[in-house]
Design a protein around this ligand. Structure first.
Ligand SMILES: Nc1ncnc2c1ncn2[C@@H]1O[C@H](COP(=O)(O)OP(=O)(O)OP(=O)(O)O)[C@@H](O)[C@H]1O
Length: 272
């Protein structure tokens, strides 16, 4: 099977800092992959390389057999649409209403004039409402985004990503600034996008419980390198201690989502 996403010996240097150092990964279609690592491990840089916000110093990245590191112009814009990204800080336009924020996910398919005028078709509005409804955010469609809680804003950001009709979803610490209940809702939304839509999901996380509870596969980074690549069951506390030391283990074991990991078990239902 062709891998959905392949990183071939990818490095990105910033001066003397090797933010990503010779990383090779092959991610199959439909996988839910969690990337863990302490601050500065290179997680964000890796996602930014994949969606081409930055370019590698060395190596290449391909998706479905296409080298995405060499894309330019329209092909690059198309790739950024295919590769949706959600961020820790949501990146919504506070003064615009929720529906308009979601519709902005459609702009990549619009020409310049139509983008400037923010003209959207009825079909696009329906798509946006459906995406909001799926995230239990339809009742807030006409509210200004800046008035929502962090968890609600992140769900709107996921709806915006969904209307892009992406082929892969990247999430850079999407729950790092959320309380446990909202963190669980956001992770459940990503799980549903992965399981129900079959979309490949690559998510940066900073806690083990969340990675173990949700991810088919966990990649642990340190100093820009991949130190572990396997299943949650293989990533025992002893392995984490070997990679990050006892301090690192304690840091990763801080609970964020309101789930407690039991091998093979599903997380608790989302609180109402
Ligand atoms: N634009 C940049 N210019 C200079 N150095 C950078 C830049 N972006 C990242 N770095 C450095 O690269 C290294 C990896 O950073 P990165 O943000 O990828 O780590 P991270 O694992 O995502 O950490 P965090 O969880 O804190 O975001 C760090 O040492 C960081 O300071």
């Amino acid at each position: 099977m062709t891998a959905a996403l392949t990183l071939n010996a990818v490095s990105r240097h910033f001066g003397d800092t090797k933010a990503v150092d010779n990383v090779s990964l092959s991610i199959q279609p439909g996988q839910f992959v969690g990337v863990i690592g302490r601050s500065g491990a290179g997680k964000s840089t890796m996602l930014r390389l994949i969606n081409r916000l930055i370019d590698p110093t060395e190596g290449s990245i391909s998706f479905d057999g296409t080298d995405i590191t060499s894309l330019k112009g329209k092909a690059l814009r198309d790739w950024r649409r295919d590769c949706a990204m959600i961020f820790q800080q949501f990146n919504l336009v506070d003064r615009l209403d929720v529906l308009t924020n979601v519709l902005m996910g459609r702009l990549a398919d619009h020409g310049f004039v139509s983008s400037m005028a923010m003209r959207f078709s009825d079909a696009e509005r329906t798509l946006a409402i459906q995406a909001l409804d799926r995230l239990d955010m339809a009742p807030k469609a006409l509210q200004r985004a800046g008035t929502l809680s962090g968890g609600q804003q992140q769900r709107v950001a996921i709806a915006r990503a969904l209307v892009q009709k992406p082929r892969i979803m990247l999430a850079d610490e999407p729950i790092a600034s959320l309380d446990p209940g909202n963190a669980t809702r956001v992770m459940e939304a990503l799980r549903s996008i992965n399981k129900d839509d079959g979309l490949t999901v690559l998510v940066n996380l900073h806690t083990l419980d969340t990675a173990r509870a949700y991810c088919d596969r966990i990649v642990a980074m340190r100093f820009g390198r991949v130190m572990f690549d396997g299943t949650a069951a293989q990533l025992t506390d002893d392995v984490v201690r070997d990679i990050y030391g006892s301090d690192g283990l304690a840091e990763f074991n801080e609970a964020v989502t309101s789930t407690s990991f039991k091998p093979g078990a599903h997380p608790a239902p989302i609180p109402a």
